[in-house]
Design a protein around this ligand. Sequence first.
Ligand code: SF4
Ligand code: SF4
Ligand code: FES
Length: 226
Amino acid sequence: MPDKKYVTIFLEGRRIRVPEGYTVIEALWDTGHDIKRGVGCLSGLCGACAVAYLEPGGKRVKFGLGCQTIVKEKMDITVMPFFPSRMAKYDISNMEKPIDKLLEIYPELNMCKSCGFCSVACPEWINVSKVMSYLKDGRYEEATEMMFDCILCGLCASRCPRGIAPQIISLFVQRAIEKDRPVPENLRNRLKEIEDLKDEEIWGNILKMDEKSLKDFCEKVRKESD
Ligand code: SF4
Ligand code: SF4
Ligand code: FES
């Protein structure tokens, strides 16, 4: 078996050696760091594991996700702490045309100066600054589409010199435009059926079925829907 290769990195200010190919999170665990808060899915989806790092010879600090960033020789890495973001209180279900209240709820949107610091920090390569410009211009659909991959890691907010939390503002906009979007008729009917517990008896019967009955039932439903 070939010898395991190692890289030397600077993790949280300490010089350590870890196996080549490890992610930052694996390197932290390998060296006995008790890291719980900054770890969730380990798949680049939950946004819990933001890190900042400087590559050897690099001219500026980069940002990424600890579970997706592979350590490299002489990399200088730190785990980002939780960063507070203002989340306004609102009850969207009782709001008439909630999108019209955007600037009332998040007036700081108007303080955005399109500096782009938020975009540089985003590990999902979202042009957050452009999203903010779109929101200011009322181009809500385009803005929310651009934020589709946002994992709410909060790195953009941690970089903003104006104290704006783009991910939180965008969340409100997504909720607001969804609320105003008409619900398709088939979905509305289905929701009503669920509300009325229309399928309760069918589900009760399904739960009692043995494997063969379940297969026959599925086959029958499949044929009916063909
Ligand atoms: S960092 Fe702040 S001020 Fe700069 S573009 Fe992003 S949201 Fe606007
Ligand atoms: S937009 Fe902000 S919160 Fe969303 S992934 Fe990018 S940096 Fe993280
Ligand atoms: S642990 Fe969820 S994104 Fe890294």
